[in-house]
Design a protein around this ligand. Structure first.
Ligand code: PLP
Length: 453
């Protein structure tokens, strides 16, 4: 309730503490402090129940790409809710929003990734990818090709499938056992794990780990390599130039499918529609979510290239897979409005040619010499900043995450949303951010870094 005199913050916090189990949260610690109650958003700003105006440097969870309060998206949802709030795409029916959205997605995906399967979250899209890839190889007469290879510190979601495929050690300690037939190779994290090599040398070495593993396992057993073009939740790790080209060459050499998990990189974040285009990857399949609807409605998709799609369609018969809300009409209507608005406002061009380079330049101008900052990496409107104990010697903090957590708390108290991944501070602001807002963001980050010292 918001009636005058009622303390909204306290009442929501009390109910929350009693009944709400938060994702990725230490609930006991949160309940001692009380969760911040977010009530409103406009552009790149949020307001909490205490009236604080907060700069959202993360676009929610890397998703509110068009910013908060977009009329086009709100109206699309309203109209569709009134017309047809739900119908499914199982068993011989479709709806216009699902069909048109598939066409809209195909209009922006690279290459022949023209066939679209819908789900609701990034995790479900990843699970769909995994089943589809293995089903494909069975249809192709190679049912022994079941092994999936991904990377340490990759994030592919929270379902059993996504957790198994992902490379997050803390997640692997909880709620297992996880799926067999999944292998992880080292991540291409040059700044932190570069073995003293040049960036280019290390990129080739990290990619060579794929070939070594394929040869150990036997290429005839390996179904696919799956990776985020730029690792996001792992701390925004930019692969060295040449890494992906080498990964792709190895996949082709051994006839292994290549799947890009575009859940964060998709929809303009890196200055192209998809991170694959920015990084020069030509995947056989892509998963996407988040920026597909700017986070206004839960919706995700797998874009499938001709090779896999024609096998599924021509040889597969029924694919026993799908979700009640696959291609939900309201979510699809919002996603259509989102893509069309992005096209009309030339958002991808804005990130590529204007605000992305400006953001990367300002971050470096304002932060690169800061005593806590070891390295800044990123492209477009995504960035990761390594906090270090000693920049000259590249010494990391003994207790991983200690500095990151302190910094994140300073950001929170200073009305800036910035995330800490261990001691890497990450940013992923809405794509509609202005130059003035980028300046404000970078200055606020600097203030919070000063407080962390
Ligand atoms: N894949 C990647 C690359 C992601 O970054 C995420 C979420 O951050 C997911 C999958 C899971 O998406 P969701 O949280 O919508 O299930």
């Amino acid at each position: 309730t918001t009636e005058p005199g009622h303390n909204l913050t306290t009442s929501v916090q009390q109910i929350d503490a009693r009944h709400h189990l938060h994702p990725f949260t230490d609930t006991a610690a949160l309940n001692r402090r009380g969760a911040r109650v977010m009530v409103r958003g406009e552009g790149v700003y949020l307001w909490d129940s205490e009236g604080n105006k907060i700069l959202d440097g993360m676009a929610g969870l890397w998703c509110v790409n068009l910013g908060y309060g977009r009329r086009e998206l709100i109206d699309a949802a309203k109209t569709q809710l009134e017309e047809l709030p739900y119908y499914n795409n199982f068993f011989q029916t479709t709806t216009a929003p699902a069909a048109v959205l598939a066409q809209e997605i195909a209009s922006v995906t690279p290459g022949d990734l023209n066939h679209i399967f819908f789900a609701n979250s990034g995790s479900e899209a990843v699970d769909t990818l995994m089943r589809m890839i293995r089903h494909y190889w069975t249809l192709e007469g190679q049912p022994q090709k079941t092994l999936l290879i991904s990377r340490d510190n990759a994030y592919h979601g929270s379902t059993i499938g996504g957790t198994s495929l992902g490379g997050m050690t803390p997640m692997h300690r909880q709620g297992g056992p996880f799926l067999p037939d999944i292998e992880h190779i080292r991540q291409p994290y040059w700044y932190g794990e570069g073995d003293g090599l040049s960036e280019a040398e290390f990129g080739l070495k990290a990619a060579a780990a794929l070939e070594e593993r394929i040869l150990q396992l036997g290429p005839e057993r390996v179904a696919a390599f799956v990776g985020e073009p730029i690792q996001g939740a792992g701390g925004v790790i930019m692969p060295p130039a040449g890494y992906w080209q080498e990964i792709q060459r190895i996949c082709r050499k051994y006839d292994i499918l290549l799947a890009a998990d575009e859940v964060i990189c998709g929809f303009g974040r890196t200055g192209s529609w998809f991170g694959s285009q920015t990084l020069g990857i030509e995947p056989d399949l892509m998963s996407m979510a988040k920026g597909l609807s700017s986070g206004y409605m839960p919706i995700s998709a797998v874009a499938v290239g001709d090779r896999v799609a024609s096998s599924l369609i021509e040889k597969g018969g029924e694919f026993y897979h799908g979700f009640t809300y696959s291609g939900h009409p309201v979510a699809a209507a919002v996603a259509i409005a989102n893509i069309r608005t992005m096209k009309q406002e030339k958002i991808v061009e804005y990130v590529a040619d204007d605000i992305g380079p400006y953001f990367q330049q300002r971050l470096r101008q304002i932060l690169a010499e800061h005593p806590l900052v070891g390295h800044i990496e990123g492209i477009g409107l995504i960035a990761g900043i390594a906090l270090v104990k000693d920049r000259a010697r590249r010494t990391f903090f003994a207790e991983t995450g200690a500095a990151g957590q302190i910094c994140r708390d300073h950001c929170f108290e200073n009305n800036l949303i910035m995330r800490a991944v261990g001691d890497r501070m990450v940013l992923s602001p809405p794509l509609i951010i202005s130059r003035d807002e980028v300046d404000e963001l970078c200055q606020k980050v600097r203030t919070c870094f000063d407080l962390t010292l």
